[in-house]
Write a protein that binds this ligand. Structure first.
Ligand code: F6P
Length: 323
């Protein structure tokens, strides 16, 4: 390839910068003549907000959160005429292939662009949610988990001092990957996720048992934001009705920012390098991910069609260990 483009799209995640850096450098060091950065995801592709990048332009970003290319959600990209504009902008600059870093919506956009316009694309899983099928891990998940764990450790201190119960809401869109890992790592009294049924009665028994064992009334319940935006508040109201006085803490976007963890820097650097290798080997319409510690390629079609399952065993560990 003479010229390839990179874009980051959808909700940003910590590690997108080391991914950009590795793609730029791996491409330029493997004979690609030009690498272009598309700003603000698919929006920039449509508005032709595209800049030439160099090895120097990605200096000093390996440790930075967010994405230097900026990101956006671009619902207009579902319109074929908008995608025609994007394809024209790519070809007018001689950009022959695209690497897209983002979540399911972003990878869907890449797949359609490839199918419709024959543009070679490689996707990288970039989301804090870890909800992408075909890969065990996503860029930004580890950092988000660590951030939430640190926050909850702090909440635990005050919860214990005041013998209070806290409902801590974590992100994850419609999935409970963040909540489950965070729940285990923080020793939460309970984890509530969209994937598995939650029994309010069980929670009341757990709390009563803790109380009777002299473990006090402090505790942490980790709630995945899930499909129901009011779930955390409804749970709090139900607990109040049972005589508890729960506090709510919604961690929100702090989970998206901050310096990427060492793990995410490694993951992003390896996946970015692999994306270039796959592209130069003639692959297209795939996502590059990790499975059982090895780099794998997964057809984007499969990524889009499947749903990643939250390991029931992992979820059960969270319940088993708090007693
Ligand atoms: O997909 C990443 C994510 O942070 C989800 O966990 C969350 O539901 C959503 O994005 C929030 O999106 P926004 O930043 O657009 O409000």
């Amino acid at each position: 390839y003479n010229a390839v483009g990179i874009l980051t799209s959808g909700g940003d995640s910590s590690g997108m910068n080391p991914a950009i850096r590795s793609i730029v450098r791996a491409a330029l060091n493997s004979g690609v003549k030009q690498v272009f950065g598309v700003r603000r995801g698919y929006q920039g592709l449509v508005s032709d907000d595209i800049t030439l990048m160099s090895s120097r332009s990605v200096t000093n970003i390996v440790q930075k959160g967010g994405t230097v290319l900026k990101s956006a959600r671009c619902p207009e990209f579902s319109d074929p005429s908008v995608r025609d504009v994007a394809a024209r902008n790519l070809s007018s600059r001689g950009i022959e292939a695209l690497v897209v870093i983002g979540g399911d919506g972003s990878l869907t956009g890449a797949h359609i662009l490839c199918q419709e316009h024959g543009i070679p694309v490689i996707g990288l899983p970039g989301t804090i949610d870890n909800d992408i099928p075909g890969t065990d891990d996503t860029i930004g998940f580890d950092t988000a988990v660590n951030t939430a764990v640190e926050a909850i450790d702090r909440i635990r201190d005050t919860a214990r001092s005041h013998e209070r119960l806290f409902l801590v809401e974590v992100m994850g869109r419609n999935s409970g990957f963040i909540a489950t890992q965070v729940g285990i790592a923080c020793g939460a009294e309970m984890v509530v996720v969209p994937e598995y049924a939650f029994d309010f009665h069980d929670l009341c028994i757990t709390l009563a048992e803790r109380h009777s064992k002299g473990q006090g009334s402090s505790g942490i319940i980790v709630v995945a934001e899930g499909r129901d935006p009011d779930l955390t508040h409804r749970l709090a109201a139900q607990l109040k009705a049972q005589g508890q006085d729960p506090k709510i803490s919604i961690l929100g976007h702090i989970q998206r920012g901050g310096s990427p963890s060492g793990h995410d820097r490694m993951l992003a650097s390896c996946l970015g390098t692999a994306a270039v290798e796959y592209l130069l080997a003639g692959y297209s319409d795939i996502m590059v991910g990790v499975h059982k510690g090895a780099i794998v390629d997964v057809p984007l079609q499969r990524v889009i069609e499947e749903k990643k399952v939250l390991d029931r065993k992992l979820f059960d560990i969270a319940a088993l260990l708090h007693k």
